[in-house]
Ligand binder design. Structure first.
Ligand SMILES: C=CC1=C(C)c2cc3[nH]c(cc4nc(cc5[nH]c(cc1n2)c(C)c5CCC(=O)O)C(CCC(=O)O)=C4C)c(C)c3C=C
Ligand SMILES: [Fe+2]
Length: 419
């Protein structure tokens, strides 16, 4: 996508000049990557205006890493997402802590639009991969979640964390229509990176992977996008339907408390946290494209162009489930009487060379405080009766517990690893 980089805020070169003048930055040790000494504070006041060389709009482009909750959960959806799953290979808890510290420092730096700073020795590889020089922070967020296997792997309590397992953390049970690829499921840690610039997002995920060398290995990496559009419209999925409309029902602080943020009965480290559910759902575009508009609309119980539910005029008008087809996707969701916060992205992945069919679909991501009560009944009901099943196949799955937000100076997962 062609974007006017200048319009987007401070470039990384400018950022480096600024961070140098503030005495901050990241220095890299002889290993080239691992010894990150300082992270630039992402919440440092932006030095903007005359003489600074910094675009005043820069501040708008940064989403701080720090806060009561992790960013990237109820943050308005950025255009691009990478989702990576890691298996932790670290020998002991101390090594896990070192990894999470490094990741946190880099996440802070990336959210601020910075680069890792090399020690100036041309005989060593550059510390940073460099593809975001001149690019702004682009509203980058990095969101971390822990899978069940971090706590207990094949009955082994590798890092002494088993007693801190969150209340609802377990792999999503196998569903009757699942066609899951085990290589694309689960993981010890999941990192969701979102940004308004795909290269900025990729740079972050790539450097999370680099920083993990020796302590973790990537299991899988997914990339997604949503339709841009001006004026905050609901993005359309690859079936051409507005997808995310019902989030409006809970998008208030009180709504987030009742739908998203983990509650009583959870270990302390989950305070302000949530559960991230992931399903990779392949959408059978060729079958869909041959179906009539009436069949397409009956599948959801909403009109394609306006997004309005059957019997209604506007996208956000209240849904009357009795007016929707029995097996329609929205009617089934309503039958469960539950809300979840969806934050999905479309994906495309070339064509299947055997059939010539396009590989594409939805990286379904949802956040909820209690996946057992909110998500699983919905998933079960949909798998047994959803009209959408004719056009969609679930091929990957994961559930991760996302700790609460971070205070400056602390690292992601600290309250889990040091309590
Ligand atoms: C189990 C959870 C869900 C999965 C998996 C899922 C897959 C999926 N959904 C669409 C497209 C749409 N979904 C819509 C609404 C909707 N979907 C879920 C849950 C899952 N979807 C919920 C809870 C809701 C909201 C229902 C409500 O309360 O009104 C819609 C309608 C517009 C909207 O509200 O977003 C569309 C369109 C696809 C294509 C898909 C898998 C491929
Ligand atoms: Fe849906």
């Amino acid at each position: 996508m062609e974007r006017d980089k200048k319009q987007q805020g401070m470039s990384r070169r400018e950022f480096l000049k600024l961070s140098a003048s503030l005495g901050a930055g990241i220095a890299i040790g002889a290993s080239g990557m691992k010894a990150i000494e300082h992270a630039v504070r992402s919440d440092a006041p932006a030095a903007t205006g005359a003489g600074t060389g910094v675009d005043p709009e820069a501040a708008d482009e940064r989403i701080p890493l720090y806060g009561e909750h992790q960013a990237g959960i109820v943050t308005p959806q950025q255009t691009y997402m990478y989702l990576a799953s890691f298996r932790i290979t670290a020998a002991d808890r101390a090594a896990v802590i070192r990894l999470f510290r490094d990741w946190t420092r880099f996440a802070d730096l990336a959210a601020a639009g910075g680069e890792m700073k090399s020690g100036g020795n041309p005989q060593l590889p550059p510390s940073d991969t460099g593809e975001t020089l001149d690019l702004p922070a682009a509203k980058l967020t990095a969101t971390f979640g822990f899978g069940p296997s971090l706590f207990l792997q094949d009955g082994k309590d590798r890092y002494g964390l088993a007693s801190k397992l969150p209340r609802y953390l377990q792999d999503i049970p196998r569903m009757p229509r699942d066609n899951l690829d085990p290589l694309l499921c689960g993981g010890d840690v999941c990192v969701q990176v979102c940004a308004e610039d795909q290269q900025v997002a990729f740079h972050a995920i790539r450097n999370f992977i680099r920083l993990s060398t020796g302590s973790a290995a990537v299991n899988w990496l997914q990339e997604g996008f949503i339709s841009g559009g001006s004026g905050g419209q609901t993005p359309r999925n690859l079936f051409g339907f507005k997808d995310g409309t019902a989030n409006r029902l809970h998008e208030t602080p009180a709504g987030y408390d009742s739908v998203v943020w983990a509650g009583d009965g959870e270990p302390d480290w989950m305070k302000g946290g949530t559960y991230m559910a992931y399903r990779k759902v392949r959408m059978l575009l060729e079958v869909w494209d041959r179906s009539s508009l009436a069949d397409q609309e009956d599948t959801f119980g909403r009109h394609k162009e306006s997004g309005a539910a059957y019997g209604r005029q506007g996208e956000f008008d209240e849904v009357d489930p009795s007016r929707l087809p029995d097996r329609s996707h929205v009617r089934l969701a309503k039958e469960t009487n539950q809300l979840i916060h969806r934050r999905g992205y479309s994906y495309t992945d070339g064509v299947d060379p055997r059939t010539g069919n396009v590989n594409a679909g939805l990286l379904f991501v949802s956040y909820q405080r209690n996946p057992e009560a909110q998500l699983l009944p919905m998933l079960k009901l949909m798998q047994s009766r959803d009209a959408l099943n004719e056009y969609a196949v679930h091929i990957a799955s994961g559930l991760f517990a996302c700790p609460g937000g971070l205070r400056e100076g602390r690292y992601i997962g600290q309250s889990l690893l040091e309590s």
